[in-house]
Design a protein around this ligand. Structure first.
Ligand code: CA2
Length: 147
């Protein structure tokens, strides 16, 4: 069964506790449970991780090589700043989907730039927690067409 790493970045551990008007009321635990449930339904093995630290996210991406077939990455604010994460994704050569809960293009100008998008196979944003399900379906389809 193909395997996906669902990796969440800084502050996403606070989901559901603050700014519900922007990020909704769903917690990160809820999202991870949703992903595990959907993985079983579509035949995708799911591993989830979260870190507030850029280097730990780089390490998690490196460790995914050989363990997982793809990555779904919500890099949070590092999306807009991190050449290190971009380079890590490029180096492991795993199909990666960039994900955001909010529609970053409808928000501040500084959220419009993404370093991750340059190395991602696609970007999903603006659909809240449902975006993780959409990303899993997209990755599953991508991996099925790869062979
Ligand atoms: O919309 C997304 O998923 C973001 O990746 C979320 C990041 C933001 O910097 C990106 O531009 C878009 C911020 C995550 C902050 O999460 C919080 C959750 C609850 C309370 C406060 C922050």
């Amino acid at each position: 069964m193909p395997s996906v790493l669902i990796l969440n970045g800084p502050n996403l551990n606070l989901l559901g506790t603050r700014q519900p008007e922007v990020y909704g009321t769903t917690t990160l635990d809820d999202i991870e449970a949703l992903c595990a449930h959907h993985g079983k339904a579509i035949g995708l093995d799911v591993s989830c991780a979260q870190s507030n630290h850029e280097g730990a996210l780089v390490d998690a991406i490196h460790a995914a090589r050989g363990l997982h077939n793809g990555i779904i990455l919500n890099a949070g604010a590092y999306t807009h700043t991190s050449i290190a994460l971009m380079d890590a994704i490029a180096s492991v050569e795993l199909p990666t989907i960039e994900l955001h809960l909010s529609n970053v293009h409808a928000r501040e100008e500084f959220r419009h730039r993404s370093y991750i998008a340059r190395v991602a196979i696609g970007v999903i944003c603006g659909f809240g927690a449902q975006g993780y399900v959409l990303a899993m379906d997209a990755l599953k389809a991508h991996l099925s067409h790869e062979v």
